[in-house]
Design a protein around this ligand. Structure first.
Ligand code: UT7
Length: 326
């Protein structure tokens, strides 16, 4: 069986930086509170003329460049996002148009912050089955457009960005070793965007009720997140006969520094195993894992043969892990 190997990564973060001190100017909050409760110092905000497909395309071009693969060689594009340009068509179709490669398959995955790991699994299984050879997987979000900037419980956490990976069919042991996807829809109401789907169709009244903006019960999310992130990480290790000490790079969804530290403690990970960039970019939902992966990869930290564990948790609830032999 072929392995699905990541042969290129890329990322794009919008230029505009919004610091905690900027937030202090219009919100009843403080840099001290945000840093101590979340570890976040600043986040990126997309420009008015930037859309999710633009961020995604920039990240994709970087990943393709690193891989030395021309867009025309792609068999499939999958974008993990909950903030697409439109409810439909899929943002992946817009990325495909931007890359100028009509014909290949393109679809989005809606699994909130777990979107990239879900998408990576779809890509890997398509490649392993022999059906296709080369897939572009992207996580891209513009959360800033669906945040309630008057709600200090949520708006301080999130940021915009995109990350991408190109997967290719290869012989040999390197690639995705396994991935493990889960969801529990009974938690749907703890983290969601009420409008405007079929349940709440667009209306002036709905806008007044701010139904189009993110709602979250942070405390409840926190508890389930730590447990799920730990469990699904151990599931991946168990499936491959590995131990926590075998992980070279643990790349969790960058939700909040306290969630990451609690998960790392529960698993017994050492600081040097854990990749953290939430201080600079906040929680970029489905984009956070591929952005962190690309940063570590571009910095030359990830070497051939390293064991990389991607670990995600998000709205739905959804959670997922993917174990890679680099
Ligand atoms: O991808 C998954 C996405 N979701 C998450 O990662 C969320 C996970 N949850 C969290 O990260 C944390 O629950 C938060 C950071 C959202 C909140 O931290 P917390 O330690 O759970 O605080 P809390 O909700 O228990 O609130 C404590 C106090 C409250 O005041 P009172 O009621 O005790 O007077 C809040 O109103 O802190 C207040 N508070 C703030 N104060 C200053 C909440 N947000 C802020 C703020 N600045 N931004």
């Amino acid at each position: 069986m072929k392995k699905a190997r990541i042969v290129g990564t890329g990322s794009y973060l919008p230029e505009k930086i919004l610091t905690n001190f900027d937030l202090e100017k219009f919100l009843d909050t403080s840099d001290e509170w945000i840093v101590s409760r979340t570890g976040i110092r600043e986040r990126r905000i997309a420009a008015a003329d930037e859309n999710t497909s633009d961020l995604a395309t920039r990240a994709a071009r970087q990943a393709l460049d690193m891989a030395g693969i021309s867009p025309g060689d792609l068999d499939m594009i999958i974008v993990g996002t909950i903030t697409g340009d439109y409810p439909w068509p899929a943002t992946s179709c817009l990325v495909q148009k931007n890359l100028g490669i009509p014909g290949c398959a393109a679809f989005d995955v809606s699994a909130a912050c777990s979107g990239f790991v879900y998408a990576l699994d779809m890509a890997a299984r398509q490649i392993e089955s022999g059906a296709i050879k080369t897939v572009l997987v992207i996580g891209a979000e513009i959360l800033s457009r669906i945040l309630d900037w008057e709600d200090r419980n949520t708006c301080i956490l999130f940021g915009d960005g995109a990350g991408a990976a190109v997967l290719k069919a290869e012989d040999g042991p390197n690639g995705v070793l396994s991935s493990h996807l889960h969801a529990d829809g009974s938690f749907w109401e703890l983290l969601y965007q009420p409008g405007f789907g079929t349940r709440h169709t667009p209306s002036a009244e709905g806008m007044d009720q701010r139904l189009h903006l993110v709602r979250m019960q942070g405390n409840e999310v926190f508890k389930v997140a730590v447990r799920s992130l730990s469990d699904v990480a151990l599931e991946a290790l168990g499936a491959n006969g590995m131990a926590v000490a075998d992980i070279d790079h643990f790349i969790p969804h960058q939700a909040n520094r306290r969630i990451l530290e609690a998960t790392a403690r529960r698993l017994g990970l050492k600081d040097e195993q854990v990749v953290i960039n939430v201080d600079r970019f906040g929680n970029t939902s489905g984009a956070s894992i591929p952005i962190a992966l690309d940063e570590a990869n571009r910095a030359g930290k990830i070497k051939e043969g390293d064991v990389v564990l991607l670990d995600a948790f998000g709205g739905g609830f959804t959670w997922a892990s993917s174990l890679l032999l680099w």
